[in-house]
Design a protein around this ligand. Structure first.
Ligand code: SAM
Length: 390
């Protein structure tokens, strides 16, 4: 068995500070806080949370790897999709939310440059100060001639833009509530302290959470047994609607791991979808090393579609990552990136397998598009349309 290197002194001190802050919150809450609050602090508390403090997070030596980190093919295909929309808008900018290391920004901009469709501006909304810094350095080094088009925002734009908005693996980082279904009601699973350690502690769910769970239960493909546990993301729809308000004409592309609601809340998925990432391992205990590990839950794509429709967008496409990339010609992009270099082609072919195979990212990850004022069909959704499953 592989033994894990111990935490560094800085890591130990950091997680102890986050833990102490959480303990104070729990004491202030009378011995209990919701899991949504726990996740919010563990990920976003200023100077402490996983995304607000300086944990390494992404890529080589980080905690997890995303599609843009696996291969430039992802960004090349996304760029083709952006180009279709930008041409129809006759200009416009790109807004990327949660840009990670900046890899997707670099790959999208350089492919658009080659296609002759560079956006007027490339805006990045990023909550993590250290990721902003990594993005700035990567973009300046990789694309010095385009770096002055890139601007970082502190909040969503107040005036609507004509734009393409991109968000890869951002929705899964929104804090979720956890619930346990009973035949005669619903409990909320929150966090308390037992023998000086964080522990799940249940309370009767509020009327709002109970009503939300009843809606989810009625959408599921079968009846839940008593004891069924899952998550619900109360912030998803308000946040996605706020994103919608920042767009005049254009498209929003959401990429993430997730499912349509009937499948997400399938009776067999009775322990929910909550996961943690630390040092490239998937862990199940969100109470371990708070502030050092990512905490995520799968995305209910029916909720994403509902938010788009409520904001007067068309849900223009929903498909798996594999079919999205195939529709945009990932095979052609491989040839174009590799040129005559056969070793490079073989490397890209390996990367493509990770992006496309069902056992890797191909099926778990989905792509959804919302559009407003865009008439043309989007190539990413031309080969497979899963909207009827939402
Ligand atoms: C899982 S990482 C994905 C990074 C990148 N999109 C990629 O695919 O490599 C989540 C990203 O979203 C950012 N983030 C999380 N919550 C956010 C929010 N509410 N607003 C903007 N960015 C956010 C994180 O700092 C990080 O850059």
């Amino acid at each position: 068995m592989r033994s894990e290197p111990p935490l560094s002194t800085d890591q130990r001190l950091h997680t102890m500070r986050v833990r102490a802050h959480l303990m104070e919150e729990i004491a202030g809450g009378g011995g209990w806080i919701s899991f949504e609050r726990y996740m919010d602090i563990a990920l976003y508390a200023p100077g402490l949370g996983y995304y607000s403090a300086g944990a390494h997070k992404l890529g080589e030596g980080g905690d997890f790897t995303t599609a843009p980190e696996i291969s430039g093919l992802f960004g090349a295909c996304v760029a083709r999709q952006c180009a279709e929309v930008l041409r129809e808008l006759a200009g416009g900018c790109i807004l990327e939310i949660g840009a990670g290391t900046g890899r997707l920004a670099v790959d999208v901009l350089s492919r658009l440059d080659a296609l002759g469709t560079v956006p007027t501006r490339y805006l990045i909304l990023e909550v993590s100060a250290d990721l902003r810094d990594r993005q700035r350095r990567l973009i300046a080094a990789a694309l010095p001639h385009l770096a002055d088009r890139v601007t970082w925002l502190d909040a969503l734009p107040a005036a609507p833009l004509d734009a393409v908005i991109l968000a890869n693996e951002v929705l899964d980082a929104l804090p979720v509530a956890r619930f346990r279904w009973r035949t005669d009601g619903c409990d909320e699973l929150g966090v308390g302290v037992v023998e000086d350690a964080f522990a799940w502690v249940s309370r009767p769910a509020t009327a709002a959470l109970t009503a939300a769970c009843q809606r989810l239960a009625s959408a599921a493909v079968g009846a839940w047994d008593s004891g069924y546990v899952s998550e619900y993301c109360p912030r998803l729809q308000p946040w996605a609607r706020a994103v919608a308000q920042s767009l005049g004409r254009g498209a929003v592309f959401w990429f993430d791991y997730g499912l349509p609601r009937p499948q997400y809340y399938h009776p067999e998925r009775h322990e929910g979808t909550l996961l943690c990432h630390f040092r490239q391992r998937v862990l199940e205990d969100p109470f371990e090393n708070p502030g050092l590990q990512d905490i995520t839950a799968w995305v209910d794509f029916t909720a994403v579609a509902e938010a788009g429709q409520a904001a007067d967008f068309d849900v223009a496409g929903f498909t798996t990552q594999a079919w999205f990339l195939a529709g945009l010609g990932i095979d052609r992009e491989m040839r174009s990136l590799a040129g005559d270099d056969e070793a490079c082609f073989a490397r890209l072919a390996n990367q493509a397998r990770r992006l496309l195979l069902p056992g890797e990212m191909g099926e778990r990850f989905k792509a959804m598009a919302w559009t407003r004022g865009v008439e043309r069909e989007l190539s990413g959704f031309a080969l497979q349309d899963l909207r009827h499953t939402l």
